[in-house]
Design a protein around this ligand. Structure first.
Ligand SMILES: [Zn+2]
Ligand SMILES: [Zn+2]
Length: 226
């Protein structure tokens, strides 16, 4: 499986001209094998152009939640007119989409629209995608133990900040580090995304800090193969 991060920022990143260095980030979105798009946000086309990805390859769209940094109806329409199909998911759904089996779990995130996290398997490889969301829910933990994902993408919106009220819907870095300690036996690789512009410093510092814990800090354009 190949995962390309089209955007790795939280909703406070407004600048579409993100650089691959990670110093600037687009809104959160990721693409599997160039065909399955997670979150059709408003910056998707800018990212596809920047990373030289052909929009016509995208066949399937799935969406974690309706927040405007993740879901843009104009993006959906443009992708549909290029041949993609949007699949709707609620908590507990399991669907076969092309070569992928996609299971959805309720995410611990703002409830204005229900958030789902995805376990996506293509046979040999499995991805757990948990944006946006704070502490994982018990059902997710049980699913992780069952599926043993090769890669988990976790929310790290709040950076290295203590005492922020948003911990009830997003993680800070200590929360990610703490969860990794418990999940290590079941997940091969850990990665963080959805970094806030205002709550994070420099990407290089983030990479250095997370490397100590064997956690990858995503940046726009990063491709992971597993
Ligand atoms: Zn978000
Ligand atoms: Zn959100």
């Amino acid at each position: 499986m190949k995962l390309t991060f089209l955007g790795t920022g939280a909703a406070d990143w407004q600048d579409k001209k993100a650089k691959e260095s990670g110093e600037l980030r687009r809104f959160s979105s990721a693409l599997i094998d160039d065909v399955l798009l997670i979150d059709p946000g408003p910056h998707v086309f800018d990212a596809l152009e920047a990373f030289g990805i052909d929009v016509k390859k995208i066949r399937y769209i799935i969406s974690t939640h309706d927040h405007s940094d993740h879901f843009c109806i104009d993006t959906v329409k443009r992708l549909e007119s290029a041949g993609a199909v949007l699949y709707h998911f609620s908590e507990g759904d399991s669907k076969k989409i092309g070569n992928y089996t996609v299971n959805a779990y309720g995410g611990n995130h703002a409830t204005c629209a229900k958030t789902v996290h995805f376990m996506i398997a293509d046979g040999p490889d499995t991805l757990f995608y948990a944006l946006d969301g704070a502490w994982l829910c018990y059902e997710e933990y049980m699913a992780i133990k069952e599926f043993r994902p090769d890669l988990a993408v976790l929310d790290a919106t709040i950076g290295d900040v203590d005492g922020d009220y948003r911990i009830f819907e997003h993680n800070n870095l200590n929360m990610v580090i703490e969860m990794k300690k418990s999940l290590d036996p079941y997940i091969k690789k850990f990665c963080i995304s959805h970094m806030s512009k205002n709550l994070h410093g420099d990407h290089t510092e983030l990479v250095k800090k997370m490397r100590k814990h064997d956690i990858i800090a995503a940046y726009d354009g990063l491709t992971l193969r597993f």
